[in-house]
Design a protein around this ligand. Structure first.
Ligand code: IMP
Length: 180
């Protein structure tokens, strides 16, 4: 893959290699196995961004679990709008179940707070989160983030499921914006 990519008005430079991301996901998968292997948890994928991470992670989990999806949107271009729109809701009965949210990135934490509240109100026994990447400097929530693949600075990134107005999700490496 090339060192630089351009989508619409923005150029991005390669920032984290596919191999480094794979290693981080393997580490997160081992930690999740230790915690959940006897608990029959539900893995909750947040569409669309977390699909790529979820596929890479789930195939490494060698224990019974179920998968469900919700679709939320908070970003417009490279900025969080601060408002969470729920586009597809929860279709499963999750009462008494352990839920692990799978995210591509935790930024301000607004999406996580929204989901945590929704899942707790729906009767989940316990709600945790596993995220491929996290921006600790942007995080404003009090909730713990349990499993983090790679911490990154507070700059916009694409690749591995992360997008800029829908572009870049299919890039195997992560790219950082260079023209903001
Ligand atoms: P939060 O609600 O502020 O934590 O933001 C979470 C959501 O914002 C993620 O699921 C992404 O959809 C989006 N997001 C945050 N930072 C980035 C980024 O650097 N690139 C692409 N999407 C991002």
């Amino acid at each position: 893959m090339s060192e630089k990519v351009t989508f619409l008005d923005k150029t991005f430079v390669k920032y984290i290699s596919s191999e480094e991301i794979d290693d981080a996901i393997a580490r997160v998968a081992s930690d999740i196995m230790l915690e959940y292997r006897y608990d029959d948890p539900i893995m909750l994928i947040t569409l669309n961004g977390a699909i790529v991470f979820a596929v890479d992670l789930l195939k490494r989990l060698d224990f019974p679990c179920r998968i469900t999806c919700v679709k939320l949107a908070s970003y417009s271009g490279t900025e969080s709008s601060g408002t969470i729109n729920q586009l597809i809701g929860l279709s499963e009965d999750i009462r008494g179940k352990r839920i692990l949210i799978l995210e591509d990135i935790v930024d301000t934490g607004a999406t996580y707070i929204h989901l945590h509240k929704m899942l707790t109100e729906a009767g989940a026994k316990d709600v945790r989160i596993a995220t491929m990447t996290m921006k600790p400097d942007a995080y404003k929530a009090d909730l713990p983030v349990h499993y983090v693949g790679i911490n990154i600075p507070n700059k916009f990134v694409i690749g591995r499921g992360l997008d800029y107005d829908g572009y870049g999700r299919n890039l195997p490496d992560i790219y950082q914006v260079i023209s903001e």
